[in-house]
Design a protein around this ligand. Structure first.
Ligand code: SRM
Ligand code: SF4
Length: 572
């Protein structure tokens, strides 16, 4: 029999995710928790981390690492009330590192929470009618959903589906409440079972995204389950079903790879919970529990084949999916600025560079958003591209909101390149980072802005995404320009991902530093400006002209394939 991974034993023995977390929180001799418990806290939306900037200095002084915790909210569809925003702002100031970090899955992360602050922080989240349950761990993660309030009725329907999916697939365990909120274990309070997820939960994380075409702002092909809303006469008639997408891989291990999901059919709104539940149960039962590097649904589908997967799904459902319906995506990312919705309300999409909400000279995001929250009676919508939409502004209130945005330097539009650029967190908090990301992308974009302007592309939208390692947290393999950290200061450069998020990119240059990235892109920008066809996107151009080949092996690629430079007249 295959040996189960260590995490399977930890889950099995955890008494439904309790472990000894409560005891560890009470232990004052260390800022850390027991190692096995750090796997379990993930299911409660909490990661133990340490400040990597301080590691060497503390090791020299023989001090333990500077441990702290990251907590991630569960906010299906990314909707917060202004009061919730204010509560989260205050929490960041009092219990975390003073910043809010908007993520690529439409939620907020708090960094730098020390152990003694963890329970009060989670209690403050609970008091604001929010939680962190299942935001990380081997469970269904935060369900993301197009935050496009301009199509009000469609957005309401998709959001309701996102919330229903999140609630339906939540762990039944009361452990989160017992450990962090009540502080005591309710006698007999342990969940008797997890009917959907199972006693040992899923083999690995599971992700769901809902898109409303023509926007593919959620990157519908990058998740275990992508649902593409099909509109008929102003309402959602159902969803096209996409399964088996995922981004992560490991450098040098070609049997790990990013993969775009397979479009397998269509379901009606009243079938969607059952479809999601059974995709989860097939993965629960068929997923690899021996090797966590091959445990995601994309590998399950590669192993069994999509036809066998679909047959099993439909057997469990008791019905066949209908044929997929036509749809068309136009773009990924977030359309910037003010838009008026079909219900007459106004919505402002605010660019938040790499999702980090803090005050910078001339751009006071943290205090500006707090001031807006105090004056706003609509909602805040977090986007899957680390931005924020001040949503549901009435015409009467719009001038006041505009004035507040202007007073805090938040009305200025960033360049087309910058607002389509996104970086993962990486250093100093991410334990897996091989290179900088959030802290280095802004400078690289500044250099590329100059190149784009020199080539006459100042107004052109080109997607750029950077990650500090190959795990793909900013979905870099779906960007037109993707940068993936290899070692400090060096990145693999990928090109050719579709602007609408439907095609993966290919490796173009190995281990290049910032200067080499700029040098590699300079001739491509110039050639694109001179030679593009009407409406042709940058990625489409580099493929048409042969800098990268469009073909991939099915819907996956091996990132370690040699760059396809041979055919290119453009590649220097
Ligand atoms: Fe991620 C692990 C941050 C979205 C793929 N991700 C991590 C951890 C928790 C590092 C760790 O395991 O110790 C990072 C915490 C950094 C920190 O200090 O905050 C981290 N991931 C993030 C966020 C905050 C990036 C961001 O800048 O926004 C995103 C939080 C999402 C959320 O709110 O739930 C984030 N991560 C993603 C995405 C994008 C998505 O979901 O749309 C992916 C690629 C899609 C996918 O899952 O295939 C992603 N993260 C990973 C992986 C690779 C998993 C794999 O099976 O391939 C890891 C590593 C792991 O799980 O072992 C990872
Ligand atoms: Fe960390 Fe890598 Fe994710 Fe970036 S991509 S946050 S470096 S795990």
């Amino acid at each position: 029999m295959t040996q189960l991974s260590r995490n399977e034993t930890i889950k099995e023995q955890s008494r439904f995710l309790r472990g000894t977390i409560a005891e560890g929180l009470a232990e004052t001799a260390t800022g850390a928790l027991a190692e096995d418990d750090t796997q379990l806290t993930k299911f409660h939306g909490i990661y133990q981390q340490d400040d990597r900037d301080l590691r060497a200095e503390r090791a020299k002084k023989k001090l333990e690492k500077a441990f702290s915790f990251m907590a991630r909210l569960r906010v299906p569809g990314g909707v917060l009330t202004p009061a919730q925003w204010i509560a989260m702002h205050d929490l960041a100031a009092t219990r975390a590192n003073g910043t809010l970090r908007l993520t690529t899955r439409q939620t907020i992360q708090f960094h730098g929470i020390i152990k003694s602050n963890l329970r009060p922080a989670i209690q403050a989240i609970n008091a604001a009618m929010l939680d962190t349950i299942a935001a990380c761990g081997d469970v269904n993660r935060n369900v993301i959903c197009t935050p496009n309030p301009a199509r009000a009725a469609l957005h309401r329907a998709a959001l309701a589906t996102a919330r229903a999916l999140s609630a339906h697939l939540l762990p039944k365990s009361r452990a989160w409440h017992e450990i962090f909120i009540d502080g005591t274990q309710v006698a007999g309070g342990e969940a008797e079972d997890e009917p959907i997820l199972g006693r040992t939960y899923l083999p690995r994380k599971f992700k769901i995204a809902i898109a409303i075409p023509p926007l593919n702002d959620v990157d519908a092909f990058a998740h275990e389950l992508g649902l593409i809303a099909i509109e008929e006469r102003g309402r959602i008639a159902g969803y096209n079903v996409v399964v088996g997408g995922g981004m992560g891989m490991t450098h040098g291990e070609p049997d790990t790879f990013p993969r775009t999901g397979d479009l397998i059919g269509f379901c009606t709104p009243d079938q969607v919970l059952a479809v999601a539940e059974q995709v989860v149960t097939v993965q629960r039962d068929w997923g690899d529990r021996a090797d966590r590097k091959h445990a995601r649904l994309k590998y399950t589908i590669e192993r069994h084949g999509i036809a066998a997967f679909q047959a099993e799904l439909e057997r469990r459902l008791g019905f066949a999916l209908a044929p997929a319906r036509p749809y068309r995506f136009e773009r990924s990312g977030d359309p910037a600025g003010w838009r008026q919705g079909d219900d007459g309300r106004w919505h402002f999409c605010l660019f938040v560079e790499n999702g980090r909400v803090r005050d910078l000279p001339g751009r006071a995001l943290l205090s500006g958003l707090r001031a807006v929250a105090e004056a706003h009676d609509g909602t805040f919508l977090l986007t899957p591209n680390q931005n924020l939409i001040v949503a549901g502004v009435t015409a009467a209130r719009k001038p006041a909101i505009e004035a507040l945005l202007a007073a805090h330097g938040l009305d200025a539009a960033p360049s087309a390149l910058r607002r389509n650029a996104m970086a993962c967190v990486a250093l100093p908090t991410c334990g897996l980072a091989l290179a900088e990301s959030e802290r280095s992308l802004p400078d690289l974009v500044t250099a590329l802005e100059a190149e784009a302007a020199a080539a006459g592309l100042a107004g052109d939208e080109i997607t750029i995404r950077m990650t500090g390692c190959p795990n793909g947290c900013a979905r870099p393999y779906l960007a037109e320009i993707g940068l993936v950290g290899v070692r400090p200061g060096f990145y693999h450069l990928y090109l050719g991902g579709a602007f609408d998020g439907t095609r993966l990119s290919k490796l173009y240059r190995r281990e290049v530093d910032q200067d080499a990235i700029v040098a590699a892109l300079r001739p491509l920008f110039a050639a694109y400006a001179a030679g593009r066809q009407a409406g042709e996107r940058f990625a489409a151009f580099v493929i048409r002209t042969g800098a990268v080949r469009a073909t991939t092996a099915g819907n996956r690629f091996h990132a370690d394939l040699a760059p396809d430079l041979a055919a290119s007249g453009l590649a220097a």
